[in-house]
Every structure is written in C-alpha cells, then in structure tokens.
Design a protein around this ligand. Sequence first.
Ligand code: SR1
Ligand code: MG
Length: 396
Amino acid sequence: MTLTASSTYKALTEQQAIQLAHELGVFAPEAALQSEEIGDGNLNYVFRISDSANGQGLIIKQALPYAKVVGESWPLTLHRATIEANALKLHGKLAKGRVPKVYATDAALAVTVMEDLSHLTILRNGLIDGKHYPKLAEHIGGYLAHTLFHTSDFGLHPFEKKRLAAEFSNPELCKITEDLIFTDPFFDHETNDFEEPLREEVQAIWNNEPLKFEVAKLKRSFLTEAEALLHGDLHTGSIFVDEQQTKVIDPEFAFYGPIGFDIGLFLANLIVQAITRSGEERELIVQDITQTWQVFEEQFSSLWESDGIETYKTTAGYREYAIEKIFHDAIGFAGCELIRRTIGLAHVRDLDDIADESTRIDRKRQTLKAGEALIETRRSYHSIAELEAAMKELSK
Ligand code: SR1
Ligand code: MG
C-alpha cells in the first residue's frame, strides 16, 4: 500500500503521525491513539502509534533529510527510506519471519509504516543487560544464508541480479560506511572520537602501514564487489529479539556489496560482547559466533546444491573456494567494525557505558587489538574452530 495523503516532504510531529495512522484505516476511527518517538538510532525518527484501549500498535519510521546524530549540517538522501522499505519487503520473502512486515510506504514523506516489534528487545540492549538469546545464531545464520544466496549470482538470474543492483544503488549511505568504517578511523580525521588514554594505541594504528594496506584492500572490496544485496548495517542495534523470535530491522544501508560484510558486522558486534563479558557468559557468546557461521555455511551450501544456478556449481572445489572467500572477507570486515566502534564517530554502548574508566579503557584496548589481529591475519584462518580459538585468546 502506498500512502497518498502527501506529496511533499515535511517532518512529522507526533500529532501528524497519529493522523497518518488514522488515514491508514488500521485502527477503529474512534480509537484514541497515542504516539511516542522511540528512535534511538543515528539517522531517523521512529514513532510508535498505539491504541490506548488495547495496546495494539504500529511503527511509523520517517527519514530526516539529514543525519540526526550530527544535525542539519550533514544532509542525507530521503531515498534511503525507499531503499529500506524495498529491502524489508524482499528480505521478508527470502527469509520468512525474520523482518517486520511493511504495511505502507510514502516515498515523498520518506515514511515506512511497519509491524510494531516493541514487545521485543533491541539485541544490543539485551546483551548489555547480560541476556543470552538461544535462537539468535540459528536465526541470523539462516537470515544471512537466505538473503545473501538468493540475491547473488549463485542463486539469481544475472538479469534480475543486475536489475536489483541498480534498484539498490545507495551511494550516499555507502559513502558513510566507506568513510566511517574503512577510512577515517585509520587516519587522524576530525570525525574520530576516542578517549585520551587510547591515544598511543590509536596512533599506532594510524602508523601501521601493513594494517592500512589490508584495510585498503577490504575497502576496495566494499567499493567494487557487487556480490549480493546486503543489509549494509547489521549490528546488534539493528535486531529485535526475545527467547523465540529474531527480527532484523533498519536496512537503509542496503546495496550490492561483498557477502562477507553483513556477516562480519554481526560477528564484530558479538565479539565486542565476548570482550566485555567473562566466564560462562563469554563462552555463550563465543558459541553464538561459531554457530552463526556454521548455520550460514550449512544453509548457504545447501542452497547451493538445491537452488544454485551457476554452471560451475559442481566444479570440484568451487563452492569451498567461494565460502572461504566469504569467511576471510567477514573476518576482515569484523576487524574494521571493531576498530571503528572503538575510535570512530559512531560508538557502541557495550563499551562506552562501562562505568569504571580503567575497565572501559582496557576493554577498548582489547577491541582495537582484536580488530587489528583479525584484519591482518584473516587469511590464516581455515575453519571456524580456528577463529573460535583465536576469539577465546583475544577476549581474555
Ligand atoms: C552517521 S551514521 C553513523 C552510523 O550509524 C549507522 O547505524 C551506521 O552504522 C553508521 O555508520
Ligand atoms: Mg540503523
């Protein structure tokens, strides 16, 4: 359904969001609706509209014409709302049950109306509270396998794949990633944000030419390798969970890029958790890292057999080669994400909210060390078991 009420952009007030919800006809006309702005991301407004009589709700997400985290001095395309809505619709077909339902969109207003998931918890918040989600690795591993396989040349006709790559051209959002993940943290750039006790480690990164050479290669892969339709920003703030359910939200950074990118971002955010936890809690997170990869590998391989259309799919060694390339890319991208979440513009609460300064700095030193190690040694890992052993060492 496309909303027709408006053809020009205006930032919605809570009252206007309520009116829009009424116009959708989802609620009874006499329903007393209330609105709450619940967005805690860096870019958009998110209104939860609910009927106070029965709590029934929906989400109205609106992109702002600038990045909320910085302000109006950082203009940003409204087209990202259309990219996000279309990615949610496609991912909803490819990975059933893993994304919120989209009820309506309005490109001019940059609005997406979608399923209310407020009965679930944002994964990052749950993890910071020490929770563990038993279905998470299985669900995200499956989501990654299905969305990435079925939008790649391994599973999709090249005409349709190139049509999708054009539809999901997303240069402004990609530029944010190119700068904030692959460039700025590795140079003395004004967007960086780190605590003074980390300066020595940060300067060592800026001076580490072999590391920067590897990051340059990973950046080039991100810039040039249109392998599959990515979520593009799959961190733990982009996932809603409870014990049984997992829903991936916010694919406004979606574009055609290297398959390992989504996997690497997700794993990096779990690695941060492994570093901030101890004992059995850390073990559980390390197991989640391992299981996510295993589920991805198993399901991607199975789709290769059942749905693969590539003529070379039965050529000896080709599947193993393709999967190992994804594995090495994912490890390298995870390393970049670890470094940028520690010293770049957009931090994570997992680290910044550690109240004790010496513990916080110590954990940040570990995420930097782990990030560097993963980038530099990514090609030396030949199995998830080897990576798991390294994770245990790096997170001690
Ligand atoms: C200006 S946007 C900063 C970060 O927030 C988004 O969620 C992406 O991770 C981006 O890098
Ligand atoms: Mg987001």
